[in-house]
Ligand binder design. Structure first.
Ligand code: GDP
Length: 355
């Protein structure tokens, strides 16, 4: 059975660098192109394992693990308003998360909120300690943090400043919230201690280390309990409902399990009950070089296999809202899908009441 990519979500306080970091990851282009490239999905980017291996190079030896995951599917909308409702049964939509913290500013209200969500859903996460280029005396440059770190000895103050910020602004607040945490190079068991990876979304320092640790974390949890087999019809979550010229209201969704086919039905929860609609088209972004007209952004596909982001064009989607559970099923599975969705909505309501 084929394994799907783990879904990765980026969280953190506003202005700590979530968007910049995602941009930087997507621009690991040079290596990416040679190895087959980063694939653009609707609302997400897929980083194939070959790209990760290429970007990380010798660093990977640090992991002491074979990577069997096919890659990572990183959700493009950081700090999505609907993140708290991006649920699937028994947990959050994301399999793993990157918590972005400005190493100079430390924990802020939204950082704490994010950690609480991750804890509630037992979502494994790493911390990207961003903006290390702003540490006084730090000589930041593109490439692995571990290499650059060893070169910082000409700036002894920079190292001291780094260690103080690392401890006071990240390790200590995480400890206070009940998590063990340390600089990733000092962590023995990544399933027990939260790894902190210093990065700069500005210079690109630490991006290889970050990719390696996310892949490593996903791999470790895959071996323990993360289920990545693709089975049955498509199950997903609505990211956004969008009006598109010529298509009307469409749903952008992340599919976390199963296969969706053209001609299937979309079954989706809404504030006024469940909507069932026959799919007109499953759409993916058109590669830039095929885009002759900027209005002609999407191309229809026959099939979408998890994990993936997809745009769904179908009638009667006006009342669908972001964060809703979704299924894409053949006609004879509509009732089953409805029941699943109702159960999911009930569970989500109970959880919210408990908070
Ligand atoms: P978001 O709100 O978390 O998505 O944060 P943004 O990515 O929009 O970044 C907020 C600001 O911080 C922007 O002005 C970025 O240019 C800046 N920024 C982000 N990452 C870094 C970094 O690593 N170093 C520096 N010096 N600035 C950064």
């Amino acid at each position: 059975m084929a394994l799907r990519c783990p879904i990765v979500s980026v969280l953190g306080h506003v202005d700590h660098g979530k968007t910049s970091l995602l941009d930087k990851i997507r621009k690991t282009r040079v290596a990416a192109r040679e190895a087959g490239g980063i694939t653009q999905h609707i609302g997400a980017s897929e980083i194939p394992i070959d790209v990760i291996k290429k970007v990380c190079g010798n660093l990977l030896q640090m992991l002491k693990a074979d990577l069997t995951i096919p890659g990572l599917l990183v959700i493009d909308t950081p700090g999505h308003e609907a993140f708290t409702s991006l649920r699937k049964r028994g947990g959050a939509l994301a399999d793993i998360a990157i918590l972005v913290v400005d190493i100079n500013e430390g924990f802020k209200p939204q950082t704490i909120e994010a950690v609480n969500i991750l804890r509630q859903y037992k979502t494994p996460f790493v911390v990207a300690a961003n903006k290390i280029d702003l540490i006084p005396g730090w000589n930041s440059k593109e490439g692995p943090f571990v290499l650059n770190f060893n070169e910082q000895n000409q700036h002894p103050n920079a190292l001291t400043e780094f260690e103080i910020r690392l401890y006071e602004n990240i390790i200590k607040p995480l400890n206070e919230m009940g998590f063990n945490a340390d600089l990733f190079t000092r962590v023995e068991d990544i399933t027990k201690t939260v790894c902190i990876i210093p990065v700069s979304a500005k210079t690109g320092e630490g991006i290889p280390d970050l990719l390696m640790m996310i892949a490593g974390l996903a791999q470790k949890f895959l071996e323990q309990n993360l289920k990545l087999d693709v089975e049955g019809y498509a199950k997903g979550t609505v990211l956004e409902v969008k009006e598109e010229k010529g298509l009307g209201k469409t749903i952008d969704a992340i599919i976390y399990d199963g296969i969706a086919r053209r001609g299937d039905y979309v079954v989706v929860g809404g504030p006024n009950g469940i909507v069932v609609s026959k799919i007109k088209a499953l759409l993916k972004p058109k590669p830039l070089d095929e885009m002759r007209d900027p209005r002609d952004k999407f191309k229809p596909v026959n099939e979408v296999v998890a994990a993936a982001g997809v745009k769904i064009a179908a009638p009667n989607l006006e009342n669908v809202i972001a964060g809703s559970p979704l299924r894409i099923v053949p006609e004879d599975k509509i009732e089953e899908a409805k029941e699943e969705i109702m159960k999911e909505i009930e569970e989500a309501t109970i959880e919210t009441d408990e908070e």
